[in-house]
Design a protein around this ligand. Structure first.
Ligand code: GLA
Length: 399
């Protein structure tokens, strides 16, 4: 299947650019199992790669020009976008081409000897579903350029460059989770990542072998609020860290939480725009969420994957009630999953729409999915798209 897609992507490259590509690379979308809104607090996350990938067929160019093309008409593909490397400026180019352009810009900004390239992309990662299609696009571009120009960069470095592209060139203040997931995940594992130093551990996550399934419920909604609200949550966390005199909220230990909350009681409690959390609620979410990541790992290490279910559901409550990044559709997905007998469920990713993950017994998966679809229909919401999250490989060269 992947081979066939790789051949097809190479063939499309030849149609578009008139010659065979030098290679074909892939990078996946992701879901996050646990550890939400912790990555920009130097905390812990635990994503896994999806089987859905963006493929890039690419060849180097010697004239300082970057050309990008996508077969996916829905994301503005069809036309070749042509950019001069010496004219790349942050936030100067709208649309999806800003992501690959930003990666080239970030590599050159870092002093890496990267020249031009022709790139053609083919994607099966749903766009706007909170499954990190942008990080997949950045990372597949970074990996292709790394290979084309013989840079030999580590996966962590590629992730950092991809994040730099998104932060400074595209202008989205995301953390490092999504890019690291796309770059570093491995088949059959969830990735335990310490976002402070990018140290990581591949945690075996053999759902099928244990008779379990992790469902992704793409709610198909994305609320406008999302972008400004993400920056507002980040600012509130930074405010909390400053008020507590720590470098980042990661430095507040779980056992210190009551004292930390007590000391913040005197601080101004402004809720941010859009009904965001006050600083105490933001701190409580981040500190308890880091703890939940550690607890999930302990339960997986103890060979008890079913026992992580309640931690997922607790994480959702914290995101909904304390951090306030959920929405009605995500809450309904989680509630309906719970009522239908799921082991646990939570929103995944930034929030305000996008997707939830639901841990279920394999035998109950279809029934639980059916109940979620019914609940959405009864509420008058669009039909959610539901599919299994099979822990898959991170970025790699295919051809
Ligand atoms: C988005 C960001 C990530 C992370 C999550 C929330 O996916 O891109 O860096 O902050 O939201 O956990």
């Amino acid at each position: 299947m992947t081979d066939q897609r790789a051949r097809h992507t190479a063939e499309r490259f030849r149609e578009v650019y008139g010659a065979a590509p030098a290679g074909v690379w892939a990078a996946p979308g992701r879901v996050n199992l646990i550890g939400e809104h912790t990555d920009y607090n130097d905390g812990f996350v635990m994503p896994l790669a999806l089987p859905h990938t963006i493929l890039a067929a690419a060849s180097p160019r010697t004239d300082g020009v970057l050309r990008v093309h996508s077969g996916d008409g829905s994301s503005g593909g069809g036309q070749i976008a042509e950019l001069r490397l010496d004219a790349l400026r942050p936030a100067s180019d709208g649309g999806w081409a800003a992501y690959p352009a930003g990666v080239v810009w970030a590599m050159r900004e870092a002093g890496l000897p990267v020249g031009g390239a022709d790139l053609h992309y083919d994607s099966t990662v749903p766009v706007g579903a909170g499954l990190s299609s942008s990080a997949a696009l950045e990372v597949v571009t970074a990996l292709a350029l790394d290979d084309l120009y013989g840079l030999g960069l580590t996966r962590q470095r590629l992730a950092r460059l991809a994040q730099r592209a998104e932060n400074a060139f595209v202008g989205v203040p995301c953390g490092i989770m999504d890019q690291t997931a796309a770059a570093c995940c491995t088949e059959g594992h969830a990735l335990f990542l310490d976002t402070r130093d990018l140290s990581q551990r591949q945690v075996p996550f053999d759902l099928a072998g244990r008779g379990l399934r992790l469902l992704v419920v793409d709610t198909r909604v994305k609320h406008e609020l999302g972008d400004g609200a993400y920056a507002q949550r980040r600012a509130m966390c930074e405010h909390g860290a400053r008020a507590l005199g720590v470098h980042a909220l990661r430095d507040v230990q779980y056992a210190q939480l009551p004292a930390a909350l007590g000391s913040l009681a005197a601080a101004p409690q402004d809720a941010g725009p859009g009904g965001g959390p006050d600083v105490r609620a933001a701190v409580r979410h981040v500190v308890t969420e880091n703890r939940r990541v550690e607890d999930v790992i302990a339960r997986l290490d103890a060979g008890d994957p079913r026992a992580i279910g309640p931690l997922l559901t607790d994480g959702h409550a914290s995101l909904r009630d304390d951090f306030r990044v959920s929405c009605a559709e995500l809450d309904l997905a989680v509630a309906a999953a719970g009522a239908a007998g799921a082991l646990g469920a939570r929103m995944t990713g930034g929030g305000f729409g996008g997707s939830a993950v639901v841990l279920v017994e394999e035998a109950a998966a279809d029934a639980v999915a059916g109940r979620i679809v019914q609940a959405f229909a009864a509420a008058g919401y669009a039909r959610p798209r539901i599919f299994p999250a099979v822990p898959s490989a991170g970025a790699r060269r295919l051809v």
